[in-house]
Design a binder for this molecule. Structure first.
Ligand SMILES: O=C(O)[C@H](CS(=O)(=O)O)OP(=O)(O)O
Length: 236
């Protein structure tokens, strides 16, 4: 059996060994959900940046630029961090450069892994299928919120641990705890997570449609994989 562990924040990633593992970066509200929506709706590739100003310069290179800080679109950027804005193939064929408060930082801190995948509920089963074919240990890297634990990324970790249990043993307490929590609350994810601090914060921005999208399972048969700086879709 392969092993599966969970890192609850980019601030804790230095405590984990990345080498040889598949790292699944997850930021349910909303960065990795938005990335999956973008790839499923025709965006060719996504370059992710922890830093706002470097991302901004990508406009001159012909990229669509998406910038978000504290839930708001950054002035001068084409897009913020809304998955719903990318549906209906609105920007099909374009390249996207993206920076967000938590998610893109977690991706940059995952460097050193054997493979980096992007996790979201809308492509959970496809990600499971892909991982089971690779036969590698898995580390789920939760983006959290400004260095802190959050429920939605952790519950995704529980959902992934549960879905992989025939091939991957939950090898740390975090993975075991989140698998149990998902077993208990997974059937009422939207209700349970409506109490989460991040969902409440984002509700104040009037983005209920985004939240609904982010908590929908298995819309897409694709895996988001980062190679070098670039995220692309593998269609299964
Ligand atoms: O835009 C989002 O959903 C969040 C904003 S914040 O962390 O609540 O300020 O950013 P993300 O990087 O997707 O967590």
């Amino acid at each position: 059996m392969n092993q599966l562990e969970v890192c609850f924040s980019p601030e804790l990633i230095h405590l984990h060994e990345l080498e040889g593992k598949i790292v699944v970066v997850v930021d349910i509200f909303r960065a990795t959900s938005t990335m999956v929506a973008a790839l499923a709706n025709g965006i060719e590739e996504i370059e992710t940046f922890a830093d706002l100003e470097t991302c901004r310069t990508m406009k001159q290179k012909g990229y669509l630029i998406a910038g978000e800080r504290n839930g708001q679109t950054v002035e001068g950027f084409d897009l913020g961090n809304s998955p719903v804005a990318l549906l209906d193939n609105s920007f099909s064929g374009q390249k996207l450069a993206m920076t967000t408060t938590n998610g893109t930082l977690a991706i940059s801190k995952s460097e050193g892994a054997s493979e980096i995948l992007i996790g979201a509920f809308p492509n959970l089963s496809a990600t499971v299928k892909y991982i089971q074919n690779q036969k590698k240990d898995v580390l789920i890297h939760c983006a959290g919120w400004k260095g802190r634990f959050n429920l939605e990324d952790s519950l995704y970790a529980g959902a992934l641990a549960k879905a992989l249990e025939s091939t991957h043993e939950s090898s740390d307490d975090g993975a075991m705890a989140m698998k149990s929590l998902f077993e208990k609350e997974g059937h009422q994810l939207k209700k349970y997570l409506s109490q989460a601090s991040h969902a409440k914060r984002l509700q104040n921005h009037g983005i209920e449609k985004d939240i609904d999208f982010c908590l929908t399972f298995d819309l897409y048969e694709l895996v988001g994989k980062v190679e070098g700086q670039v995220l692309r879709a593998i269609f299964l």
